[in-house]
Write a protein that binds this ligand. Structure first.
Ligand SMILES: Cc1cc2nc3c(=O)[nH]c(=O)nc-3n(C[C@H](O)[C@H](O)[C@H](O)COP(=O)(O)O)c2cc1C
Length: 381
């Protein structure tokens, strides 16, 4: 019998109101210290009131070095941050919505810059990063988050360890599948040792933009190892960097980047005009088909038994239902549809809408370079 995607779903201790999750989306709304703000709480309340299955927070940095260069990233790098997270989580729980903390280290693209490049990390530094993730998960647990999701996708630091395209290390952390997984599995074992029953989700790349990167076969092997290590669910995404819009396919927001990217926005108009064609040429636009990670997720599903969450271009009721009822996915997730319509699930459920109004302009992403999250609907301002 077909699954009703609007009915509640239980995964260990996590209650999902339905099978449609808000995928992690950087809101850029932490306060100047990196703690959750009232504006962030407001955004999450809108999602909760709009019947989302659960919220995965925007990425939260586990350490000072791991912070994004984009402003307003949340931090969970010290115990004195627990109270701020706890009061936000409590408010979201009052709205009967589960909330999952996405933990990340931005690696080379974070404020740590060169010293956080995978090839430059000393063994001591890697051990520190391992501890940072474990401690961050314990803090998320103490703050009341329903689970953590480790960000192993999109070219951030842990994703760099996992991918043969970026991991060229010749020590115990590179050179084989086991070695590339070592840091991640050590983190998972470390969390399990301290808080055994706490649900751990991971977001992985099912495919990458490079011939020597992760493909669905390698992603399946990674997924199997993660399952064996005790991970509770896997969200399948894709992409390493901006070249092809990474995980969020669609238009390359060239004009928006010229207006907001730190090294570009201050350039005089005539320089921007000169740069524009080159910038557009540097990035290859990948057609935004619907459910573009489905094929890799289906392959991963053959390898593991734990629940899979599919994300990437699922922007309609049909996409959601087909992923679950025709392709065996357990849950579905979306990001951009919730930026333009925080009550997207409610609209689908009530029949007011059957697809997202998102036009995949990706201006929301480029805007994050100097301001908080919003929908631009193709406009540049
Ligand atoms: C503005 C914006 C911010 C994002 N921030 C994150 C993030 O913090 N962590 C993450 O794993 N993915 C992030 N993503 C990627 C989304 O979670 C998602 O994987 C991707 O956009 C594809 O899903 P969609 O087609 O539903 O947007 C972000 C995407 C957008 C558009």
């Amino acid at each position: 019998m077909a699954i009703n995607i609007f009915e509640p779903y239980q995964l260990k201790s996590i209650n999902f109101n339905n099978r449609i999750i808000r995928s992690a989306t950087d809101e850029g709304l932490a306060d100047s210290e990196g703690d959750p703000s009232q504006d962030l709480l407001k955004m999450y309340k809108k999602l909760a009131n709009g019947h989302v299955g659960a919220i995965i927070t925007g990425f939260i940095s586990v350490s000072k070095d791991g912070k994004s260069v984009m402003p307003g990233m949340m931090m969970i790098d010290s115990d004195d941050r627990i109270a701020g997270h706890a009061s936000m989580v409590e408010e979201i729980h009052k709205e009967n919505c589960s909330i999952i903390a996405q933990l990340a280290h931005c690696g080379r693209s974070g404020v740590g810059g060169k010293k956080c490049q995978i090839e430059r990390l000393s063994l001591e530094h890697i051990k520190d990063i391992e501890k940072d993730f474990i401690n961050a998960a314990i803090r998320a647990y103490k703050a009341g988050y329903d689970a953590v999701e480790l960000h192993l996708a999109h070219g951030y630091l842990l994703s760099e360890f996992l991918s043969p395209h970026t991991n060229k290390r010749k020590d115990m952390y590179g050179g084989s599948l086991e070695a590339r997984l070592k840091l991640i599995l050590d983190i998972i074992f470390g969390i399990r040792e301290q808080i055994p029953a706490y649900p751990i989700l991971v977001k992985i790349n099912g495919s990458e933009d490079y011939p020597d990167g992760i493909d669905s076969e390698l992603a399946s092997q990674n997924a199997l190892a993660l399952e064996k290590a005790g991970v509770d669910a896997i969200e399948v995404s894709c992409g390493i960097d901006w070249n092809s819009m990474g995980p969020s396919r669609g238009k390359i927001p060239v004009d928006m980047l010229l207006a907001h990217y730190p090294q570009l926005k201050t350039k005089p108009k005539f320089i921007k005009k000169l740069i524009r064609p080159n910038l557009a040429g540097l990035m290859k636009e990948v057609e935004a088909t619907s459910s573009y990670n489905l094929a890799s997720a289906v392959r991963i599903k053959e390898a593991v038994k734990i629940p899979l969450i599919l994300v990437g271009g699922l922007h309609s009721l049909e996409d959601f239902e087909s992923a679950i009822n025709e392709h065996g996915m357990d849950m579905v997730a979306a990001s951009r549809p919730f930026i333009i319509e925080p009550n997207f699930v409610e609209k689908l459920e009530s029949g007011v809408a059957s697809k997202s109004r998102c036009i995949e302009c990706n201006n929301c992403l480029a805007g994050l370079y100097d301001r908080s999250l919003r929908c631009y609907y193709g406009k540049v301002f």
